[in-house]
Design a binder for this molecule. Structure first.
Ligand SMILES: *Cc1c(COP(=O)(O)O)cnc(C)c1O
Length: 315
């Protein structure tokens, strides 16, 4: 483990591991996916598979390319003699809440092992018990014969510090000496203050069974939203996600949104905000619910009532 201060910084550590891993045979390329999000540093926006984060910041950091998500063949085809690593989110967050398929994860694992390419995962948003397990792939692969699936390295942040700035990377033992003394570091990474705070959060997650709570409450929220979709199909199209990482896709061409040319996702988030609920857009037509893991059922129901009110207004 290496502790740092944010998700973007954690991912920087992953790119550096990838480059060191490939260095002796001239490999430096990292393949990521379209609509991914990996943070706002220069390498982060180069890694991110969305044009809007890159505009105005050219020239891009070299050595990143993007392929469609959940498409094993596309990844296979994109690998060259320059490829050192691949990086994917277990569930695309900013991109619209799209979970990786089990066969995709297992296929990538095999592909990377066969070609000595690092399989790296960005768990900044979907990790840390949000889907009911420590990491998203444990949830995604829970029904598969996955034989101890593990990426070679992954990043974490967001929930990890329970509100304080903390990020981390984990890399498997065979990589542990790559980022040795002098190759990487940060002043505030893993300081006693944030570490004590994060440890306390971990203790509470275990004490209060918050991983299971994420599953139970997530399924309650998803069911209620499904009912709303059935009642208001002109406004809502689909709900998807795992645990307390939920994306709600809006229907196309909602008349009330026609006056503005801003994305529907932004417009709904503003209306929910005005009504007293904080959500966040994901892509052009999806808004996300990423509540704290200790959200109570009563608070969840209050939030649902706000969503219902806004949806009724729109329909
Ligand atoms: C938020 C996020 C990041 C960036 O994390 P910061 O702490 O904001 O730098 C990177 N990857 C994913 C998947 C994220 O959701």
């Amino acid at each position: 483990m290496f502790f740092c201060n944010s998700g973007a910084e954690a991912n920087e550590g992953l790119y550096k591991i990838a480059r060191l891993h490939g260095h002796t045979d001239g490999r430096y390329e990292v393949i990521t996916t379209e609509n991914s999000f990996h943070g706002r540093t220069l390498a982060g926006i180069a890694a991110t598979g969305q044009k809007k984060v890159k505009q105005g910041f050219e020239p891009a950091v070299e050595g990143f390319k993007h392929v469609p998500f959940n498409d094993l063949k596309a990844m296979q085809a994109a690998i060259t003699e320059k490829t050192a690593a691949i990086l994917i989110e277990g569930i695309q967050g900013e991109g619209g809440i799209y979970p990786a398929k089990p066969e995709y994860l297992l296929g990538l694992r095999k592909l990377c092992t066969d070609k000595n390419i690092l399989m790296m995962m960005d768990s900044v948003q979907c990790g840390f018990f949000r889907t009911g397990h420590f990491q998203s792939w444990e949830t995604i692969l829970s029904d598969s014969n996955s034989d101890g699936f593990q990426p070679d390295a992954f990043s974490m942040a967001k929930s990890l510090g329970a509100g304080l700035p903390m990020g981390a990377i984990w890399a498997n033992e065979s990589l542990q000496d790559l980022l040795g003394p002098g190759t990487h570091g940060t002043t505030f990474g893993g300081t006693p203050l944030v570490s004590a705070h994060a440890l306390k959060a971990l203790e509470i997650i275990e004490r209060d069974g918050l991983a299971q709570h994420a599953v139970t409450l997530g399924s309650h929220l998803t069911k209620r939203i499904q009912t709303l979709i059935e009642a208001h199909p002109t406004v809502l199209k689909e709900v998807r996600g795992l645990g307390l990482m939920i994306g709600i896709e809006l229907a196309e061409d909602i008349p009330a949104f026609a006056e503005s040319n801003r994305p529907a996702s932004v417009q709904i988030v503003e209306r929910l905000h005005d009504a007293g609920l904080l959500t966040i857009p994901a892509g052009a037509r999806v808004f996300r619910l990423l509540p704290p893991l200790n959200l109570s059922q009563a608070d969840a129901d209050e939030g649902l009532a706000i969503i219902e009110g806004v949806i009724k207004e729109l329909s």
